[in-house]
Design a protein around this ligand. Structure first.
Ligand code: A4P
Ligand code: MG
Length: 414
């Protein structure tokens, strides 16, 4: 059975055009017959060493009866025969032959990822692809090559014209649990910094409200609803979020169960433990593992999770035991994730101290007094304080930060 495939052609050493012509001839001899080849264009190198030369890039549409793994093996052999030597990542090469798409298939194994995980981020792929196959539909994003090209151009345009105070312009963020409190403050702060923001919650009305406020900052904002206590719903949430704007640059996992106010406050210790485990811990793990892997394949991204400053020091009582255990686990997991995803993706943890959210608003005078006593700066923190830390952590200014816990707690040092 013949499969239609798109092969990206790239060369930046020696006789670039001659090498690409020879690669196409060798492909044909190996049963990969090109039906259409785009214009070859001169492009500035993306990534890699500063000194490397301009690329010549194009795309070939071909039909083959080879299965995908054999197609890859054949292309790698042709690259080797044409003198390709692999040294550093994104380094100069006589020829690069990447499988952009293979029929409608999605493949993600150790040796092959299809569609190519960076195709939608690269003008040197999308421009020739949209030239020869503007109506080709990306099997993950469900959008045509022409539409993906337009979106990418808009995103790059916003990044290059980013003004002062809009340091996240052109980046796409998900903030889970952003219908109220800390999550809402983070969503609004990221929008103010120029990021497009996906607002997530369980209730549509309040989520729509936050999205509308984000849009007032002249950014895109959409709502996705999901119960983060349900792992299948977490998977669907990540998939839907990734598809919305053809990938994500930022994932802030703030969604957590409130076991302190409302009817949930009356649940037993065991029930609260289960809820916190399901939502705060498993929800964080299921979502960030999935989105983190895609960000790594894509070559960039930033993740923030939410811990708790007192999980380090301990706090007496049921709440101390519950949050201490669950948030310490979130923190430990996040550090391991940061090591797994480096160097492409940064993962950091914010550990809030006493922050005036729903519970703090109505806490008794005894608690108000205790918070002042335990906080050297002698005030409650606000959701805006956490949002400011999150905004910095996901910004380019924090490019050397990963695997760290930032305690935003008004100065408590124990
Ligand atoms: N692999 C996985 N999926 C695929 C796929 N869909 N097609 C594996 C091909 N290979 C795939 O590839 C490394 C391994 O990726 C393969 O052995 C295969 O098992 P490689 O060709 O050795 O590495 P590479 O191409 O240097 O790296 P990579 O990560 O593919 O880089 P990119 O993303 O291809 O970028 N700037 C301009 N202007 N033009 C360019 O063509 N190319 C790159 C390389 C950087 N900057 C560029 C250009
Ligand atoms: Mg390659």
């Amino acid at each position: 059975m013949l499969t239609t495939t798109f092969i990206a052609l790239g060369s930046n050493i020696g006789d670039r055009r001659g090498t690409i012509d020879r690669a196409l001839a060798m492909m044909k001899a190996a049963g990969i017959a090109s039906e259409r080849v785009s214009t070859l264009r001169d492009t500035a190198p993306v990534g890699g060493p500063a000194s490397q030369g301009q690329y010549l890039n194009g795309i070939a549409q071909a039909s083959t009866d080879l299965p995908a793994n054999e197609l890859l093996a054949t292309l790698l052999r042709i690259e080797a025969d044409l003198g390709r030597v692999r040294t550093e990542r994104n380094g100069p090469r006589t020829i690069d032959l990447d499988i952009i798409a293979f029929g409608n298939e999605t493949i993600d194994d150790k040796t092959l990822i299809v569609p190519h995980p960076r195709l939608h981020d690269r003008l040197f792929v999308l421009e020739p692809l949209a030239e020869i196959a503007p109506e080709w539909i990306h099997p993950v994003f469900g959008k045509t090559a022409a539409v993906l090209l337009t979106s990418l151009r808009q995103r790059l345009e916003r990044q290059t014209t980013a003004s002062n105070g809009r340091e996240l312009a052109g980046l796409r963020a998900m903030v889970t649990g952003s219908t109220s409190g800390i999550g809402r403050a983070i969503a609004l702060n990221l929008a103010e910094a120029g990021a497009d923001v996906l607002v997530h919650g369980r209730r549509s009305a309040s989520a729509q409200d936050v999205a509308a406020q984000c849009r007032q900052q002249r950014v895109q904002s959409e709502v996705l609803l999901a119960d983060c206590g349900d792992p299948a719903a977490c998977v669907r949430l990540v998939d839907a979020a990734w598809r919305t704007w053809n990938g994500l640059d930022i994932w802030i996992h703030n969604a957590g169960a409130d076991t302190l106010t409302g009817p949930a406050a009356k649940a037993s210790f065991e029930e609260k433990l289960q809820t916190l485990y399901d939502v705060d811990l498993r929800g964080t793990i299921v979502t960030t593992r999935r989105v983190g892997q895609w960000m790594k394949q894509r070559g960039q991204g930033s993740i923030v999770t939410i811990g708790w400053d007192q999980s380090e020091t301990g706090m007496e009582g049921d709440s101390g035991q519950l949050f201490g255990a669950v948030k310490a686990a979130v923190t430990a997991y996040s550090k391991s994730l940061s090591l797994t995803l480096a160097p492409e993706v940064r993962v950091n943890i914010i550990a809030p101290g006493w922050i005036r959210t729903a519970w703090g608003e109505n806490a008794s005078e005894v608690w108000q007094e205790r918070v002042r006593r335990e906080t050297p700066l002698a005030v409650w923190g606000t959701p805006a304080d956490i949002a400011a830390a999150a905004r910095w952590l996901v910004s380019p200014a924090a490019q050397f930060m990963t695997g760290q816990t930032i305690r935003v707690n008004g100065g408590a040092v124990r």
